[in-house]
Design a protein around this ligand. Structure first.
Ligand SMILES: *[C@@H]1O[C@H](CO)[C@@H](O)[C@H](O)[C@H]1NC(C)=O
Ligand SMILES: *[C@@H]1O[C@H](CO)[C@@H](O)[C@H](O)[C@H]1NC(C)=O
Length: 573
């Protein structure tokens, strides 16, 4: 065993490819009980009711989660403060007056929430966080279809009162079921939506710019069920946009409006986008990446939406497709999940070694009253494990999270789970799956107390402080501590392979976490700090370009083996 005060580990980027192997080695020491318990991870009910059902969620860099639903269902279970009311003659249900909130801000650390005001309809809309950390929400329906609403990460004097700001008709066209992706220059790329086979950008250089750019691929991939809504969009490492709709994808050079690559159909040809909602992630990127992979999981066979109208609930898809989007002529590799899933959310866990597939149903499709059997148990997918050893079922919740539910990663490594409302209104009685107003947290297995001995605590920059500003290519020092081991068996393992990840928080709605991105940073060196047992300093290099990591706020995690602790915010500008 090396002497800890003199130990010096040099971590070359190469070593990241060993992460999978090392995890296997670690697994024997630290997680013997996961399978025996009948699924790893833990569920906690955080709030029985926040009064609003979480159709859309976004974590901001003040550790508040902005949650919003829609305005066209009547009263919510959360009153607006100070006797405030919404008077909107164009509201379809309560045109005279509505004194309830359709949005809330959740304070993660305090486990509290407060009402926020949304004026027009945000149903099935989209969003992205601008480089300055403001949530920019776009579209919706009816009176809100072309609106843009912003919500700042409020801190300081006005943190208890600041609220949404709404701009009427700021979009070129109506965006209902569209997808947003933040671009290297900080603008949002907004694509698709019902009847919209086109894209646009926001903000616009000229506010009166009402042009939308045609994307025939969306017309080509629509079908009688419109199974290409909420397309899956990922910013590729070459700066182009990977756009998956229905059962296939293209690579779009949005600067030239040119399709630069056409990907093959995902084997089987089943639809993966809303309402046959599967989900998708860009898998974690290595330092200075030369390749990028996309994973698409679940969905529903063609016709599932229509048969659900006759109360016939078709089993959901069990397959995932994985593809190297950077290859000139790539093909899909199909893998099979332990169980079928539609409307699942896919969340990149901060250790960079696991993708969580959570929420949704085992049959039916997205849409009102369109699914019958909840998928209560999440599944973990480990991209670096050998094929056949990648999926592991986790412990179950007993709350159905079906249509209009969502999930986001928190900075403490938990996953916040909320929402589910398969009804047109808020219905709590006489329905099989009542409107869900509760908040739960899923704590992945790495948060088990049995892993505490390995847990790296970042001490500098302090996770409690203001986000640190960094620039592209900057080196950054991260000091962290690992609890001093007491048993010799743990000593050798107490600092194993240290990796540092950087995660962009997602805008999650309708089973897709928009703008989600995880990068492994290049760890140049990890050294033991002199004179302090268990203290270390890692020197990391920020991504080189805005193509790899668009401007904005990210969470940085130090990961020991596969064990993270809470991350720290940084601001790339
Ligand atoms: C919401 O309010 C309704 C009507 O006041 C009530 O019946 C219902 O139980 C409430 N639901 C929750 C989850 O608080
Ligand atoms: C839900 O509640 C509304 C009234 O608030 C009622 O009209 C509707 O029938 C209910 N829906 C279901 C599915 O029970």
């Amino acid at each position: 065993m090396p002497n800890k005060t003199t130990m010096k580990l040099t971590m070359l980027t190469l070593l990241h490819s060993l992460v999978g192997l090392l995890l296997l080695a670690f697994a024997g020491i630290i997680a013997p009980a996961a399978a025996a318990r009948g699924g790893g991870g833990r569920w906690d009910l955080l709030q029985r009711s926040i009064g609003v059902s979480a159709m859309h969620m976004q974590l901001l860099h003040n550790d508040r989660v902005i949650i919003f639903d829609r305005t066209n269902f009547g009263r919510s279970n959360l009153s607006l403060p100070d006797g405030r009311c919404r008077r909107n003659p164009r509201d379809l249900v309560l045109p005279a007056v509505d004194c309830t909130a359709h949005s809330a801000e959740y304070d993660v650390a305090r486990n509290t929430f407060r009402p926020l005001s949304i004026f027009t309809d945000t149903i099935c809309s989209s969003g992205a966080v601008a480089p300055d950390g403001t949530l920019v929400q776009t579209g919706g329906w009816n009176d809100g279809a072309r609106n843009v609403r912003t919500m700042r990460a409020c801190d300081g004097d006005d943190e208890a009162s600041c609220d949404w700001i709404e701009t009427q008709d700021a979009l070129a066209v109506k965006r209902w079921y569209a997808t947003n992706q933040i671009l290297p220059d900080g603008r949002a790329f907004i694509v698709g939506g019902r009847g919209q086979f086109n894209y646009e950008f926001f903000p616009k250089a000229d506010v009166s710019d009402s042009s939308a750019i045609a994307l025939p691929f969306l017309a080509q991939t629509t079908d009688p069920e419109e199974n290409n809504l909420y397309p899956f969009v990922h910013l590729n490492i070459d700066g182009n946009l990977f756009i998956f709709a229905n059962n296939r994808a293209v690579l779009l050079d949005y600067r030239k409006n040119e399709i630069v690559r056409t990907y093959p159909e995902l084997a089987g040809g089943d639809p993966r986008n809303y309402p046959s909602s599967g989900s998708s992630v860009l898998l974690p990127l290595k330092p200075s990446p030369t390749e990028a992979e996309v994973l698409v999981c679940g969905g529903a066979p063609t016709g599932s939406r229509n048969s659900a109208k006759d109360k016939i609930f078709t089993p959901a898809l069990t397959t995932c497709g994985r593809i190297k989007i950077t290859d000139a002529s790539p093909s899909w590799v199909v893998e099979t999940m332990p169980s079928p899933r539609v409307m699942g959310d896919m969340i990149l866990l901060p250790n960079g070694a696991e993708v969580l597939i959570i929420n949704g149903a085992m049959d039916g499709s997205a849409g009102m009253e369109s699914a019958n059997t909840p998928a209560y148990a999440p599944v973990v997918y480990r991209p670096d494990h050998l094929p056949g050893y990648r999926f592991e079922e986790q412990s179950s919740t007993d709350i159905a999270r079906m249509y209009h539910s969502s999930a986001v990663l928190l900075r403490d490594g938990r996953v916040l789970v909320a929402g589910s409302n398969p009804h047109i209104y808020y219905n709590f009685t006489n329905v099989r799956y009542p409107t869900e107003l509760s908040l739960e947290a899923f704590s992945p297995e790495y948060l088990d107390s049995s892993n505490d001995i390995l847990r790296p605590k970042i001490t500098d920059p302090s996770p409690a402080g203001a986000p640190v500003s960094v620039a592209y290519g900057d080196s950054m020092k991260l000091q962290f501590e690992v609890p001093t081991p007491t048993k010799s068996v743990h000593a050798a393992a107490s600092i194993g392979l240290v990796s540092v990840t950087m995660v962009a928080p997602s805008f999650t709605t309708h089973s897709f976490a928009m703008n989600q991105r995880l990068l492994f940073l290049d760890v140049v060196e990890t050294t033991a700090a002199l004179n302090r047992a268990g203290a270390y300093e890692a020197s990391v290099v920020m991504p080189a370009t805005a193509v790899l990591a668009p401007l904005g706020y990210y969470m940085i995690f130090v990961v020991n083996g596969h064990i993270p602790r809470e991350g720290t915010w940084v601001h790339i500008q």
